[in-house]
Write a protein that binds this ligand. Structure first.
Ligand code: GBH
Length: 502
């Protein structure tokens, strides 16, 4: 017996040393596979792909309105009027997904397509039919639908009553969610309420680069976020109360976050990086995923102090009150994470008598000049930041079940997209380290995006697709890129098995 036992012990020691030991440097590639049952997907969003902006009863939304304005605010003056024409060509998208071998497809419903005014009293049956067709085509091809209710495309009539600044929209969103659950929930078992409420709040209602282009950083962004968090909780409770028992699905939220690395090892920079994480991710995650609920204490403290210094009678950060804190806490069955890049964070006091979300943090962020860039200036390639981020989330929110709902790379549209393929390989490898070496509770990964699409304020100037779309051809043909082959191989292998020794 003894020799057998020691042989196993030795094997175990070697295994542990080889995997966790100091021999694995930060950027070293790790061979291995993901746990059995790990799920793989690819994503899109309605406004970015569908086109058909006013066809068959669809109403106008805030992106239609913004891009049609005299100064539409899009870098190449484009719109999503036609985009990839997925309203007509969704079967091509399903074929691409099938060829890639994904388990699931994450797409969003255009609120205005099924409720042209945003409100429940006028249902557009053609819109319902369209999503039924998409869902049924996916299921026929063995692909599970993962549906986002809100990916930034608020119906314009709701903007006219203030959009996310108006608390009435909380119940109106609840009605929309209810319609989606009752129409599609017999087949859709995974729901995401909001995609990246940070972006909707900070860019849409703070700095104003995204629709609805409201400028009021440090004020209106906080209010827009507040009402989106309440709306999320409202939809979760509607599902939990009325659908969960019969439909047996799950419902969560998708939050975006980069990783904030301290610029130096000074205590001030280490604290600044942590504070930056709490202001970005904690702002939305703490109310929903923490034990106590509510906004992060450090965020409440900093916004209150800055508000007082600026002469505001009360903090610019709204308060939930205990009833809402309790109503919001615990309202996500999984943690959806969108991640692309990292930043260096340092302590920095912003002088001046104006309000801003960034100023409230006493932090400045920058990119390390050694980090490779992409065609999107904000997107630097920092694979190790992904591993640190998911570890931070795992620690902060008690091993929460995490699904990566977006990750991807921008270029100018090459078919032989080696940089994108390398990005996917290195980022997915870091994710595997977080699971296999660090024990993070992560059950799936989603590539952004299956096809090239309308990249918001960057229009069609930046491409994220695994498949290219020819936007100059009315037929919008799709072609497979090199990265799609690489991603398909990772999926087929469930990771990166060591090459056979011979
Ligand atoms: C995601 O946002 C979106 O969910 C998706 O729709 C989008 O296509 C994809 O990423 C790729 O961008 O130009 O300096 O103002 C990711 C988070 C936050 C990244 C806003 C771009 C703009 C930075 N995004 N950020 S800046």
């Amino acid at each position: 017996m003894t020799p057998t036992v020691s042989k196993w012990c030795l094997a175990l020691v070697l295994l542990v040393a080889g995997r966790c030991g100091p021999t694995l440097a930060q950027d070293d590639f790790l061979y291995g596979t993901f746990p059995d049952g790990f799920i793989w997907g690819a994503a899109t969003a309605a406004y970015q792909i569908e086109g058909a902006w006013n066809e068959n009863g669809k109403g106008e939304n805030i992106w239609d309105f913004m891009t049609h304005a005299y100064d539409g605010g899009i870098s190449d003056n484009s719109t999503g009027d036609i985009a990839a024409d997925s309203y007509n060509k969704y079967l091509d998208d399903v074929a691409a997904l099938k060829e890639t071998g994904v388990n699931f497809y994450r797409f969003s419903i255009s609120w205005s397509r099924i409720l042209p005014t945003g409100r429940i009293d006028q249902i557009n049956q053609d819109g319902i039919n369209y999503y039924n067709n998409v869902i049924n085509a996916l299921l026929d091809n063995g692909i599970t639908p993962l549906v986002t209710l809100y990916h930034w495309d608020l119906p314009q009539p709701l903007q006219e009553i203030g959009g996310w600044l108006n608390e009435e929209v909380v119940d109106i969103f609840g009605d929309y969610a209810n319609l989606a659950f009752s129409s599609f929930g017999d087949r859709v078992k995974s729901w995401i309420t909001f995609n990246e409420p940070w972006v909707q709040s900070v860019l849409g209602y703070g700095y104003g680069g995204n629709a609805p282009r409201i400028v009021g950083s440090g004020q209106t962004d906080y209010i827009a976020a507040h009402n989106q968090i309440k709306s999320h909780a409202r939809a979760w409770h509607i599902y939990d109360d009325n659908y969960r028992a019969t439909q047996n699905g799950e419902i969560g939220i998708t939050l975006d976050s980069g990783w904030s690395e301290p610029k130096t090892q000074s205590a001030a920079d280490i604290e600044a990086a942590e504070r930056n994480m709490q202001f970005k991710l904690g702002w939305f995650a703490h109310p929903i995923f923490s034990v106590d609920g509510d906004y992060p204490p450090v965020m409440k403290e900093y916004v209150a102090r800055h508000s007082a210094e600026e002469g505001f009678p009360v903090s610019r950060l709204p308060e939930f009150g205990q009833t809402w804190v309790d109503y919001i806490k615990g309202t996500s069955d999984f943690f959806g994470l969108n991640h692309y890049t990292s930043a260096l964070a340092e302590y920095s006091v912003w002088e001046g008598n104006w309000t801003s979300y960034d100023k409230d943090q006493d932090v400045s962020t920058s990119a390390d000049p050694s980090w490779p860039s992409s065609a999107a200036p904000w997107l630097k390639v920092v694979p190790w930041g992904f591993r640190k981020l998911v570890n931070w989330i795992n620690n902060e929110y008690n091993g929460v079940r995490l699904l990566v709902t977006e990750n991807g790379y921008a270029d100018l549209g090459e078919i032989n997209d080696v940089d994108r393929a390398n990005y996917y390989t290195s980022y997915i490898n870091e994710l595997m380290k977080a699971i296999n070496l660090d024990g993070c509770n992560i059950y799936g990964y989603t590539a952004w995006s299956i096809i090239d699409n309308f990249e918001w304020a960057a229009g069609y100037s930046q491409k994220f697709g695994l498949y290219s779309v020819d936007f100059n051809d009315p037929a919008r043909p799709r072609s497979r890129k090199y990265s799609a082959q690489v991603y398909a191989q990772i999926i087929a292998d469930n990771g990166f098995p060591a090459p056979a020794e011979n």
